[in-house]
Ligand binder design. Structure first.
Ligand SMILES: [Zn+2]
Length: 705
């Protein structure tokens, strides 16, 4: 507000009344002190009515510009954490603990937040597990900017959809619930172009939310502040324009007081952008004091000690953690329980403090310090995911806050060929088909225009597999003869050295390609032999196996055939590929190890391994931001062996047999006379988790699936 030149009388009044006000609380003595120590001259405030009367010109001017400048006042020199403690309210729909923000609840966020107001720091990097409050960190910074140090903010999410979601679910509620912000950012109105879901203005600045894959938005406006969310999932390149982070940083060059916040959950070592950012900074880790030796160390999963038991309930493994979960101090080896560790003093310790001089502070945080993640939850999540590479990667990244490391590079074809082993010889000198350890057989069939390719896979305990037979059936999938020859494989009894036999429990046949209806029909006819049609679906996040759907068969004119149905399984093939690749890296026989036979009849030759090792996982730029996808390696044009194995492994998941029970049965049968072990049956309908009611009602005796 514009202050007109003083009028002595009114001025005195203001000061006096002020003194009076304070003295009411501080009693009579205060009055004396105020008199003795003359308060510095304060600006005098006139009532609007008085001003209108005395200074009509100034009054008019004030009235005209008052609204526009009402938010311009000197910053209160708060840090971000002080600002948040004073003004931030957590919204009920997004927080388990709505109400006033308390930095003391997540003490590890204080330092990263407060270096935002350190003039020497221009970039803050945070690699963090989920559930540690990293979004709150970003929101507090945004709130601080709007309220204390306004400027243009470019807020980059992996995709535009995520930006919209964040704005609706997190940003809008924060603005609504913080008085200091609500008065500055006006509500979204249909016709208000200043405030939309993706763009909001406030006095002195604005915030624009964009996706990393929108180059135009990245290159269009100067920005003093950049906030990058989930950097590891960003597009590798924003269209043809180049690296999104670099594009964004170019928007900042004109600002001497620029700030950037780069936050992400880590992904895969060597392909992680946030990993690179982290190593450019101070590399600080949140360390706790050991109650025994007083040394500070990070609480990481490698030093978490606990005992657990496994129980089988309803065919599923249920893990229980027995006794306390302890942390072992890497310096002195003493064990300390979670409860005690949570009360221990903690601080950030930098491995590369010199980076402060170049203005980059970087922090790495796992979920062990999060007040919302008990250690039991982390350990149980780990146990439940440890047998599944894809799930384990998620736990690794989001809870343990670690970069996922593929265990060394995949061996090449020659190494795999050399790794093959002799399954032994029968009494008559022929090669043994089934080595000891195999408990179940499954088969995967890939359909090509001129042939079927198949692999029979033996499964043992703990994911150990044995290649049993791999081959081709030449012939078109619309020729009956082709399928009769497949029957020879399906009906074959495979023998152990002791003469005992095993049949294939389930056969999964690919229905993709040009012969979908033929595959449906052939699978339908072989339902009794447990042959099922499958459809492979690529892409992240699709479950490896899910309950089948019932498919109506059609005739050659495309009309529905009466009473002709088959079951179709949709497989998340990317999950399967990840399991296969991670198992192929296991180098010692035992859990997850893949055995292959040397015998020529079995068909595991150079060609097979070339196809099995035909794909690798790469980060690709899609419309929805960065995604991991499988891509063919150069020189590996045929990937059918990989597909066949993928379907065969999915088959095991679908029948989900109790391996312990099978092993016991096989051992007891070895002492009896019968020659063929009954193949384990697939899950019964009752065990199928989600079957549509209608489908169940229509079920006949034969289409039990
Ligand atoms: Zn210690």
């Amino acid at each position: 507000m514009i202050m007109p030149q003083k009028k002595p009388t009114t001025a005195k009044k203001t000061v006096k009344s002020k003194t009076k006000k304070t003295s009411t609380t501080k009693k009579a003595t205060t009055k004396k002190t105020t008199v003795k120590k003359p308060t510095p001259k304060k600006p005098k405030v006139l009532s609007m009515a008085k001003m209108a009367e005395l200074y009509p010109e100034a009054y008019k001017l004030n009235k005209a510009i008052g609204k526009a400048v009402k938010h311009f006042k000197a910053a209160e020199t708060l840090t971000v954490s002080q600002w948040a403690d004073k003004k931030r309210r957590l919204s009920p729909e997004t927080s388990a603990e709505p109400g006033l923000w308390r930095t003391s609840r997540t003490p590890y966020l204080k330092e990263p937040m407060d270096c935002f107001t350190d003039p020497k720091v221009h970039k803050i990097v945070m690699v963090a597990a989920s559930q540690v409050g990293k979004s709150e960190f970003e929101l507090n910074a945004i709130g601080y900017i709007i309220d204390q140090d306004p400027g243009t903010i470019l807020y980059i999410h992996p995709s535009l959809d995520e930006a919209r979601k964040f704005s609706r679910q997190r940003l809008n509620p924060m603005i609504r619930d913080c008085k200091a912000l609500k008065s500055k950012v006006s509500e979204i109105k249909a016709k208000d172009s200043a405030n939309t879901i993706l763009q909001k203005s406030f006095p002195g600045g604005s915030i624009t939310l964009i996706g990393s894959n929108t180059p135009r938005a990245l290159a269009s406006m100067p920005a003093r502040y950049i906030i990058g969310d989930e950097h590891d999932r960003w597009a590798k390149s924003a269209g043809a324009e180049g690296d999104p982070w670099e594009l964004a940083e170019r928007r900042q060059t004109t600002f001497y007081n620029r700030k950037a916040i780069d936050i992400s959950t880590p992904t895969i070592r060597g392909a992680s952008s946030i990993e690179i950012s982290f190593y450019q900074g101070t590399q600080e880790r949140w360390c706790h004091e050991c109650p025994e030796c007083g040394e500070y160390s990070e609480i990481d999963f490698d030093h978490i000690k606990f005992e657990h038991t496994i129980e089988k309930i309803g065919g599923r493994k249920v893990y229980t953690i027995n006794g306390p979960i302890n942390w072992m101090c890497p310096k002195c080896g003493c064990l300390t329980a979670e409860e005690k560790m949570r009360q221990q003093p903690a601080k950030w310790i930098a491995a590369n403090p010199n980076a402060y001089e170049s203005g980059v502070r970087s922090f790495w945080l796992n979920a062990f310090s999060s007040p919302w993640t008990p250690w039991t939850k982390i350990c149980l999540s780990f146990l439940e995911a440890k047998d599944d590479a894809l799930r384990l990667k998620v736990v690794w990244n989001t809870l343990l806050g670690k970069l996922w490391e593929e265990r060394g590079e995949l061996a090449d074809e020659d190494t795999m060929l050399a790794r093959r082993e002799d399954y032994g010889k029968n009494e008559d000198g022929t090669p043994t088909e089934l080595p000891d350890g195999v408990l179940v057989l499954t088969m995967g069939v890939d359909t090509q225009d001129n042939r079927l390719e198949y692999e029979v896979v033996g499964h043992g305990k703990y994911g150990e597999t044995w290649g049993i037979k791999r081959g081709f059936i030449m012939g078109r999938p619309d020729a009956e003869g082709t399928w009769q020859r497949l029957d020879d494989i399906v009906d074959h009894v495979y023998h152990f050295k002791n003469g005992r036999g095993l049949k294939i429990s389930i056969t999964m046949i690919d229905s993709g390609g040009h012969f979908t209806q033929e595959v449906y029909e052939q699978a339908r006819r072989r339902q009794i032999k447990r042959c099922f049609a499958i459809k492979g679906k690529g892409g992240e996040g699709i479950p490896y196996t899910s309950p089948p759907s019932k498919i109506q068969l059609k005739d050659k004119y495309g009309n529905n055939r009466k009473n002709a149905f088959c079951w179709l399984y949709t497989l998340g093939v990317d999950s399967g590929k990840q399991i296969i690749m991670s198992n192929l890296k296991v180098e010692e026989a035992g859990a997850k190890y893949c055995h292959f036979p040397t015998s020529e009849e079995a068909g595991y030759n150079q060609d097979f391994f070339n196809g099995l090792l035909s794909e690798h996982l790469i980060l690709t730029n899609t419309k929805r931001g960065n995604q991991w996808a499988w891509e063919k390696l150069p020189g590996h044009q045929r990937n059918e062996p990989l597909d066949c194995r993928n379907y065969a492994i999915a088959g095991l998941r679908i029948i989900n047999p109790d391996m312990d029970a099978l092993e016991a049965r096989l051992l007891s049968l070895n002492n009896q006379k019968s020659s063929t072990t009954p193949a384990p049956k697939p899950q019964t309908a009752a065990q199928q988790p989600t079957r549509r009611r209608g489908a169940q009602r229509r079920r006949t005796q034969h289409d039990d699936w």
